[in-house]
Unconditional design. Structure first.
Length: 284
């Protein structure tokens, strides 16, 4: 599984799309700034793969391992994935990539599964061309792996900035496709050749209804939160007015300390629950 633009979008600056979304993870150390925006379907697909009896999951990235694991550690903070962290088969970093002769930069690399199959752990587990799948949204950097490649919908800056919930739907389509592959394929290369994942697998009407349902739930939760905030502010204003009225009627004597100013009513558990509900709906 690739990480950037598949499971999340990693940016050097905070995004400013129409949604004004905050990153779920950020790294800010001196000049180094990284902001991670989680694909809404990432947890779903990872949970499916990590709990499948026939699957061993590895992460493949052009990043250095110490950077790569910062983002995978972030993924496994999720309460659904945390118990499954020990099931990860391996982390294959930039050492398992090769130089891209047609790359945009001198340091550009490309994926090459043969480099992974040379790894002792993979040899011992019996992995090779017949039973390995690469899920990578960047087809160009994976062109050496065409026979084993599945290209999901790219999760780029535009998608992350607008928090499009249809990525949960896209990951659901990918899950169903993989389920079929795991049941039927003896050689993954033959299955991928004969049954490619295409736009025909996407039910546009269902995808749009998913978007509408998400928007309706989000708007309702935001409206409920707004009403609760207004009610709390009204109660605080009444308390403050009563306190001012009491002060005017009973001025404190000289040399006597004034009563400590009464704190505003704290946010109650109902308000806290609404905040958590909106966060869960918008991010997961």
């Amino acid at each position: 599984l690739n990480i950037n633009e598949t499971l999340m979008f990693i940016a050097k600056e905070k995004l400013c799309g129409s949604y004004q979304r905050d990153p779920e993870m950020k790294i800010e150390k001196g000049k180094v700034k990284k902001y991670a925006y989680l694909n809404p379907g990432a947890i779903q697909i990872l949970h499916f793969l990590l709990t499948h009896a026939r699957v061993k999951v590895g992460f493949y990235s052009s990043m250095a391992k110490h950077n790569m694991t910062k983002f995978t550690d972030f993924l496994f903070r999720n309460k659904e994935l945390k118990p499954l962290e020990g099931r990860v088969f391996g982390f294959f970093d930039q050492k398992y990539c090769v130089k891209d002769p047609d790359g945009e930069h001198e340091w550009s690399t490309m994926r090459d599964l043969s480099q992974i199959w040379k790894d002792d752990k993979c040899k011992k587990a019996g992995f090779g061309p017949k039973n390995t799948i690469l899920i990578e949204s960047d087809e160009k950097s994976s062109r050496k792996c065409q026979e084993n490649l599945i290209v999901p919908q790219v999760y780029d800056e535009n998608a992350a900035g607008d928090l499009k919930p249809n990525f949960t739907y896209f990951m659901g389509v990918l899950r169903d496709y993989l389920q079929k592959l795991f049941r039927q394929a003896d050689d993954v290369r033959e299955f991928l050749l004969e049954n490619p994942l295409t736009e025909d697998d996407i039910d546009v009407e269902k995808m749009m209804s998913f978007d509408n349902e998400f928007d309706e739930k989000l708007e309702k939760m935001k409206a409920d939160k707004k009403k609760a905030l207004e009610k709390r502010n009204e109660k605080n204003a009444i308390k403050k007015a009563k306190k001012e009225e009491a002060k005017m009627e009973d001025e404190p004597k000289k040399n006597e300390p004034e009563e400590e100013e009464q704190k505003e009513e704290p946010v109650d558990e109902k308000m806290k629950g609404m905040d958590e509900g909106i966060d869960k709906l918008e991010i997961q």
